[in-house]
Design a protein around this ligand. Structure first.
Ligand SMILES: [Zn+2]
Length: 261
C-alpha cells in the first residue's frame, strides 16, 4: 500500500473501517478477509516447516475429532473454505488458531486438558479469536498508531515477508514462539471466552468443563512459569466468574455429545 493510500485509509478509518464484533463492540478493521487469510496461511506453513509436527496417529485423530466437532458448527467464513488442524510436538501448554482457518495444538496442552470437553474449551476459545477478527483488529490498531507499516507490506503479499516475519507473527498471537510477546488485549480475551463457550456448547461439549480446564491450567503453573495461555489471559478468578455468568445464559443446545478418544 502506498503512503498516500494508507493516509487516506487512516483518515477514513473512523467512518468506514468500523466493524462490529460478535459481542457488539466497535472494531477498527483495516484489512480484507483475503489478506488476513493469506497472512495466516503463510505463517502456518512457516510454523509447519520450523516446528516438529506430531506423527502420533492416535493423538492426531483425537485432536482432529475435537476440532472438527467444533468447526462443523461454525458458519462459513469469508476468506477461506476449510479448517486445517496440526498437532505440534512440544511441551508448551498452548494452542492457536489463525485467520485462514489454521489451528495448531501443542502436545503439552493434552497433559492439562484432561478430556475432550476441556480440549474443546481451548480450541473454541482460539477459533473465537479468528471469528471475531482479533488479529485484524490488532494489526489495524498498530497500523493506525503508525508502528505497523511494514506489517502492512507483509499482509499485502510483499516479497519482504521474511524481514518482517517476527512482527507479523506477534500480531497474529504467535509471539512467544518467536520471542516477541504481544498478547491479545483483555477485552479480546473475554470476548474469545464468551464466543468460545458458545461454540463448544453448540458442538455438544460440556461448557462446565471450561471451569475445570482453567483450574488445571492454574495448577500446571504452580511454582513455575505459567503456561502461555494463562500468562497472557485474564486473571483466574475474573475468568471463572465470567465463564459462570456466560454459561448461565447459554441456550440449551440439543447437539449429540461428540465421542472423541
Ligand atoms: Zn486467547
Amino acid at each position: 500500500m502506498s503512503w498516500f493510500k494508507f493516509s487516506a485509509l487512516a483518515l477514513a478509518a473512523g467512518l468506514t473501517a468500523c466493524s462490529s464484533s460478535p459481542t457488539g463492540r466497535n472494531q477498527l478493521i483495516l484489512f480484507s478477509d483475503t489478506d488476513m487469510s493469506h497472512l495466516g496461511a503463510q505463517s502456518f506453513e512457516q510454523m509447519k516447516q520450523q516446528q516438529k509436527v506430531s506423527k502420533d496417529a492416535k493423538m492426531n485423530r483425537y485432536v482432529e475429532c475435537v476440532a472438527n466437532a467444533v468447526t462443523k458448527h461454525v458458519p462459513k467464513q469469508p476468506g477461506f473454505d476449510k479448517w486445517e488442524v496440526v498437532v505440534f510436538d512440544s511441551d508448551q501448554v498452548n494452542a492457536f488458531a489463525l485467520p485462514g482457518g489454521k489451528i495448531g495444538v501443542y502436545t503439552g496442552l493434552l497433559n492439562v486438558a484432561e478430556n475432550q470437553d476441556q480440549l474443546a474449551t481451548v480450541i473454541g476459545h482460539e477459533i473465537a479469536h479468528v471469528l471475531a477478527d482479533h488479529s485484524n483488529e490488532r494489526l489495524s490498531q498498530s497500523q493506525l498508531a503508525n508502528t505497523g507499516l511494514q506489517i502492512t507490506a507483509v499482509a499485502l503479499g510483499s516479497s519482504e515477508y521474511a524481514q518482517y516475519r517476527d512482527a507479523t507473527m506477534a500480531a497474529l498471537g504467535l509471539g512467544l514462539q518467536y520471542g516477541v510477546i504481544l498478547p491479545y488485549g483483555r477485552t479480546q480475551e473475554s470476548e474469545a471466552d464468551i464466543v468460545g463457550l458458545d461454540l463448544m456448547a453448540k458442538a455438544g461439549f460440556d461448557p462446565a468443563q471450561s471451569i475445570d480446564l482453567w483450574h488445571n491450567m492454574a495448577k500446571a503453573s504452580n511454582g513455575q512459569q505459567p503456561p502461555e495461555l494463562l500468562s497472557t489471559h485474564p486473571s483466574h478468578s475474573t475468568r471463572i466468574h465470567d465463564l459462570q455468568q456466560t454459561m448461565a445464559k447459554l441456550p440449551n443446545y440439543q447437539t449429540a455429545k461428540p465421542n472423541c478418544s
